[in-house]
Structures are given as C-alpha cells and as structure tokens.
Write a protein that binds this ligand. Sequence first.
Ligand code: PLP
Length: 371
Amino acid sequence: MYADHAATTPLSSKALESMMPYLVNDFGNPSNAYSFSRAPKKALKQSRADIAAAIGALPSEIYFTSGGTEADNWAIRCVVPKLAKEKKRVIVSSIEHHAVIKTCQSLEDLGFEVVALPVDSNGVALPGYLESVIDQNTALVSVMLANNEIGTIQPVSSLAEIAHNFGALFHTDAVQAIGHIPVNVDDLGVDLLSASGHKFNGPKGSGFLYIRSGTPIAPVLFGGGQESGLRAGTENVAAIVGMTVALQENTADIHKVAEYLTGLSHRLISQLKDYGVDFTVNGSPNRIPGNLSLSFPGFDGEMVMHRLDLAGVSVSTGSACNSGSQAVSHVLRAIGLDEELASGTIRISLGAENTEADVDYIASCLIDILQ
Ligand code: PLP
C-alpha cells in the first residue's frame, strides 16, 4: 500500500496514454523543419499553452525543465547574479527543500549574503518575519508554496507583496502544491514558480519553471536554441505531454480530491485518538490535503517506518532528510521540535487512489506497532 505521495505519485493512465504516440510514432525532433516534426512541435506548443492556462500564465512564460530541482536551481542561480550590481542579499525560508536551500547557499561563494527566514511552530513564514529581515539590498525572496514534510501552505501572496515593496523578486517552489491546491501566478503575485510533473501524477524527469515576462534571467543550459535560448537541449516531448495531461486531470478534480483526502486524514487521526495513541500532528491546519506528519513521543520514526514497510505500507520518516541521512530534519527543527520528538516522526501522504480501507489498515498497523 503506497502512502508516500509527497515523495512521488503514480503516473496517471491518461498521461501514459497521451505519451505513447511521441515515444513510438511521432518521435521526431520538434526543432526540425520537415513535416515529420510537425506533430511533436504542435504537441509542445499545445502543452505550453495548456500549462500556462492551468496556472494563469502566458505560454511564453512557461519553460520546460527536467523537474523541480532544475527549476529551483535555475530560478535562483540564474536570476540573483543578474541583480548583483545593486543587490547582494537573498532571503530564503528555513523550511525549504534542499534544492532551494543548497542553491542559495552556493551563492555565498559569489559574495551574496543568504538570510534564513524563520517560521512559527506551524511552519508558517509570517509576513511580519519577512518585514523584519528584508531591506532594499535584497535581490530575491524564496518561500515555498507548500512544504514537503509538514504540508504547511505559506501566505505567498502577502510575502510576494512585501518583497516587491522592497524592489526584490519573489520565487516560490510550488512542487508540492501544483495539482493539489489551486495555483494562479497572478493571485500569488510571484515572479518565478517551480513545478515537478512526478508530484502530480505526471512522469518523472518532467517539470517547468514559470518566469514572469520581464524577469531578468540567464540561460540555465547553453547549446541549441530550445526554450527561447534559455534552456538548451532536445525537449522530452512525451514527458512534457504526459505532465500536461496529468496537470489538467488533477486540476479538473482538485476540490473533490482535496475534500476526499481531508476526510481520509481525519479518519486516520480519529482512529489513532480513539485508541488513545500518544501523538502530535505537525504543521498548519492549512496544509496540503492528505499530508500527515505525525510525531510519536518516545518512539523511533525509522523503526515505525520499517515496521509499516514489513506490513506492506510505504510511508516516509519525518526525521531523516531525503538523502537517507540520519540527521534530524531541518524542517522539524525549524518548527521547534526537540530531537527526540523529531526522531519519532513519520510522514504519511495519501493520494486519490487510497481508500478508507487503506487508512483503516494503516491505523491498525500503527496501533499494533505503538502498542
Ligand atoms: N521541491 C520540493 C518542495 C520537493 O518536494 C521536491 C521533491 O521532493 C523538489 C523540489 C525536487 O523535485 P524533483 O524531484 O522534481 O527534482
């Protein structure tokens, strides 16, 4: 039983079906001028328009990437140095994914100052916190739309407004949010937004960066003229088409699935409570549907995860970072969990294909293990 949808999601069958023609028959290089390339070229154009429509952007503002990590690296590494003449500061929330945190840290070697934006005990980067650290020297503020460990959704539109008042650009890593909560770049007011196909039932190795028109940005890859000369390399047409179909599918059902997953989460929580299990739920009540970061005092999250695995249930630990290291997660530390509680944390992330019977089974396994 798969209950780790924040790590990755199953490929939707519609997405797979939509990819097949571009893997088998219409495999031409979309950059070529002959008629054989017409179908992949058209598919690429349509995908760009459909992704743009799904997030309220212009097609010319969508740039395809190999996933979220590349989009994050590009948004930070290739924008901040462009502003270097006047601005030398980057502000990044303390609970970002390592794709953002480590990229920001790499700017220190180029002479930039990286400032960590604190979060409250629910993992929220409050607007007042940003106001207390931002100044006219700030080039970029990067705060994720939703956190991958605790699911907390950030007040991105208020944060972006503050950044703009200080003449800074705003990037959001929306990898965990897109396809799960409604996302509109104008409502959010962001300049840059990263997304990853495999987090919303698209294929792995697909993603995109939204770049608002007029945002100064350097190419991430040099070579051919693909992606308006900013990201060279032959496009992965099949993956882009699959990602687009998956996003459209998820977007169409977004409210229904959110309600369903919230119901499943409540069901799990109330069963644990009914059995008197001692646990806390991490993160803000305003979080990604189906995300449950649970801490069990006195227990080892690694042990709980492995015991669930033996019972056939895949979940993540909330304590170790995704590299498999045993270090306590920077996210759980940032929300103030002590080492013991952080070590006793697991992350269950439910998806649309999970059922009430799945949740009942997970609850009964957890109760067994903890008893
Ligand atoms: N950002 C967040 C918030 C994520 O959760 C992840 C993946 O776990 C990434 C970025 C990296 O995305 P990808 O796996 O597509 O490189």
